[in-house]
Write a protein that binds this ligand. Structure first.
Ligand code: NAG
Ligand code: NAG
Ligand code: NAG
Ligand code: NAG
Ligand code: NAG
Ligand code: NAG
Length: 411
């Protein structure tokens, strides 16, 4: 049963110039958020204080635990409970969502994250259940999907119970657009998928055995320049590992000189180290700040740890409560002045933190109760949140020393 509930955003269409000025100052602008929760895809506006629901597509049994948006109107959503990737129409200007998918197709089962290639003609899905990645041709503008290739992850699997099979957890594109780094939670490895052949051309082993790499990010890099580092959060042993990235003469990617820390600072060990499981990792464009979510800590609430890379050294900086439990995912606002998060359990489901642009510390800003997100039972709160700016010119054209640079508005 699919149902649509739409309220129009109370936003007048300000001129492009005004929009740009407001976003540039980055305070007080209303933002669109897309939220995935079990059985629901929701959109909210957020004015810095209050989350207001605008659209709601409900389909029992589905789980849109990852979504990605392609301008002007295509929202791609996984269903981690089936083989299906669905495409909805989403209009970021008025925050409306189509009641039914405009297209859907079956690939691997249990896909838990999606990423575009650089020109957004291909979509890569990471399958946790089948330990492979799906490569979709998404070049048609009508939103149709064509399964181009399924790439199984190579190599041995790890020693932990969750590692009986390979598990592709996330594919992230490097800033040059040359390859995706695929975190293999089952195989204790990072695999590099080349976008010119759609083949895995190199793999790096993650140690210690049983670490379970889950989500990672590149640090640095731009169009013509490889990133300096790749950093990954390992779920099973709650570790964060920073690697130097390099490329051999024959084009293979290498991860070197690992620096490994607990995802908890020395002062904040989890109450239950057995259940503790790192979740999300996001890295700022300032090439310094990294945030990792700590789930199932056994403490009253779970947490988000802040790390910094300083003179090439990975260091724990500080930690803050996630406001609830099982903070599965985190994302930056467009200009990185907020961090949004989702707690699958506890009272606060959808949370926003103010990010101090100077030292990178987070402070709690706003929260929406899981009861208001219609969490249908214990730990069935939201799994995913992402800001979708109304217009492409509200996405920084580039970053200089961690400061967003805004493009010129055409017309
Ligand atoms: C995907 O597979 C399921 C189960 O076999 C089927 O019911 C569904 O129609 C398929 N979806 C598409 C879009 O082909
Ligand atoms: C759908 O998922 C099942 C495993 O649940 C798998 O055997 C099958 O090959 C998948 N279908 C496609 C098109 O990949
Ligand atoms: C887009 O990028 C892919 C590689 O990611 C490449 O195969 C394709 O040719 C490119 N298409 C265009 C139109 O540039
Ligand atoms: C979590 O519990 C452990 C053990 O009681 C404690 O040492 C730690 O400081 C707690 N963490 C937080 C953030 O309160
Ligand atoms: C710690 O977590 C493990 C694994 O989930 C669980 O079996 C155990 O009961 C927990 N311990 C406490 C004290 O809650
Ligand atoms: C979304 O719609 C479903 C079905 O009508 C409803 O049960 C749920 O409360 C709605 N969620 C929100 C956040 O409004």
């Amino acid at each position: 049963m699919v149902r649509l509930l739409t309220l129009l955003l109370p936003l007048g269409l300000a001129s492009a110039g005004q929009m740009l000025t407001t976003r540039d100052q980055s305070v007080g602008t209303s933002r669109n958020l897309i939220v995935g929760a079990p059985g629901q895809i929701l959109s909210y506006s957020f004015d810095g204080k209050v989350f207001a629901n605008h659209a709601n597509v409900t389909e029992a049994g589905t789980s849109a635990s990852w979504m990605i948006f392609k301008y002007p109107n295509l929202l791609y959503a996984v269903d981690e409970n089936s083989n299906s990737t669905r495409v909805f129409n989403f209009n970021p200007v008025d925050s409306t969502l189509s009641a039914e998918p405009v297209s859907a197709a079956n690939g691997s089962s249990g896909v838990v994250s999606l990423a575009f290639d650089k020109n957004q003609t291909h979509l890569v899905g990471a399958s946790y259940s089948q330990g492979q990645v799906d490569v979709w041709d998404i070049s048609p503008t009508d939103g149709s999907l064509k399964l181009l290739k399924q790439v199984p992850l190579p190599g041995p699997t790890g020693p932990a119970a969750a590692q009986a099979v390979h598990r592709a957890h996330q594919a992230v594109l490097d800033p040059t657009g040359q390859f995706f780094a695929i975190a293999d939670l089952g195989g204790d490895a990072i695999h590099f998928l080349d976008t010119s052949s759609w083949e895995i051309t190199s793999s790096a082993v993650v140690k210690p055995a049983g670490a379970g790499p889950r989500h990672g990010a590149f640090i640095g890099g731009e169009d013509m320049c490889l990133p300096k580092y790749y950093v990954v959060a390992c779920e099973l042993k709650s570790l964060i590992i920073l690697y130097e990235l390099s490329q051999t003469d024959d084009g293979k990617m290498e991860l070197k000189n690992p620096q490994t820390l607990s995802t908890y600072g020395d002062a904040f060990p989890p109450a239950n180290a057995t259940s503790a499981a790192a979740g999300e990792l996001i890295a700022s464009h300032n090439e310094r700040d990294i945030y990792v979510s700590n789930r199932l800590t056994g403490n009253a609430t779970d947490s988000i740890s802040h790390f910094v890379v300083k003179d090439g050294k990975l260091q724990f900086a500080d930690q803050i409560s996630s406001g609830g439990s099982i903070p599965r995912q985190l994302s930056f606002s467009t200009e990185e002045s907020f961090v949004f998060g989702t707690n699958q359990g506890g009272d606060s489901g959808l949370v926003a933190f103010q990010r101090n642009m100077g030292d990178g510390t987070l402070s709690a800003l706003a929260a929406l109760s899981n009861s208001e997100i219609s969490a249908q039972g214990t730990n069935l709160g939201p799994q995913f949140v992402q800001e979708i700016p109304m217009y492409t010119h509200q996405i920084p054209a580039q970053w200089v020393d961690g400061v967003p640079q805004w493009g010129n508005v055409q017309g």
